[in-house]
Every structure is written in structure tokens, then in C-alpha cells.
Design a binder for this molecule. Structure first.
Ligand SMILES: [Zn+2]
Length: 139
């Protein structure tokens, strides 16, 4: 299993969004899609948890942006941090690895949407690489 038992905390840059995750989190997957490039400024690194395991200790800054018909992205309206990706109607939510206070035992396990990688970098590791979605390949 990729899942690691966790009780993790995280926040945006300014603290207007802060949260606790009590439950298993998936290992970290790097997403190279064009949308992640735009909102993170580079590729994104996301863990994931069940929606029901996520609770907010501060959400005054939390905003949602509908980034496609199928998903929305959560960010801080005060500092601009990109934190969440959530498929519409799903029971899980992706959480930016960099927003966690500690990633603990979580490891980077692979890459998705590698067909969208821009010319300025390339991947040098031996981790699995999917041209698009992993379609659950890291679950
Ligand atoms: Zn903030």
C-alpha cells in the first residue's frame, strides 16, 4: 500500500488557510499538466486524502476556482497559495505537498501528464511516468 497513516497539519503562506488531516494520505505524485504549471508556477506535487479526513482550523482565506468542468482548485485569497485540487463529486481531495508542515513518511512516487512538460526541464529519476492521468495507478 502507498498509504501512510498520518495526522498532519498544513497551511498556506499567510495562515488564512490552515488544516488538519487525520487519516491515511497517498504518497506524493508530481503533476506536470498545463493547469498545474499555470497555478503553481512550475509543476505541482500533490498528496491526497479523503474529504472526510480534512478539517479546517482556519478557512477565512479559502477560495475555490472552477478550473475545468470536472474539478476545482482551492487557494488562499489573501496570499495566493495554491493548495487543493478536488474532482467534482469525488470523495478525495489532492493536497499540495508543500503546504504540509511535515510530509513525514510520504515519498514522491511518480509523475503524471508528462506529455505537457515544457522544454526547460526534464525528468531524471526512475519513477513511473504517465503521459496523462495515471487513472488510479498510484492508489
Ligand atoms: Zn494565505
Amino acid at each position: 500500500m502507498n498509504n501512510k497513516k498520518t495526522d498532519k497539519t498544513g497551511s498556506c503562506l499567510c495562515g488564512a488557510v490552515a488544516f488538519i488531516i487525520s487519516g491515511d494520505m497517498r504518497n506524493i505524485v508530481a503533476c506536470h499538466c498545463g493547469q498545474c504549471q499555470r497555478t503553481h508556477g512550475h509543476y505541482a506535487a500533490y498528496s491526497r486524502c479523503q474529504l472526510e479526513d480534512l478539517s479546517f482550523t482556519e478557512d477565512r482565506g479559502l477560495k475555490w476556482y472552477r478550473s475545468s468542468e470536472n474539478a476545482e482548485r482551492g487557494f488562499c485569497g489573501e496570499c495566493g497559495a495554491s493548495i487543493f485540487w478536488r474532482p467534482t463529486g469525488g470523495d478525495a481531495i489532492s493536497v499540495a505537498a508543500g503546504s504540509l508542515d511535515s510530509t513525514g513518511d510520504l515519498k514522491l512516487v511518480g509523475h503524471i501528464f508528462c506529455d505537457d512538460i515544457p522544454d526547460y526541464y526534464s525528468l531524471e529519476d526512475d519513477l513511473p511516468k504517465y503521459p496523462g492521468s495515471s487513472k488510479g495507478g498510484f492508489d
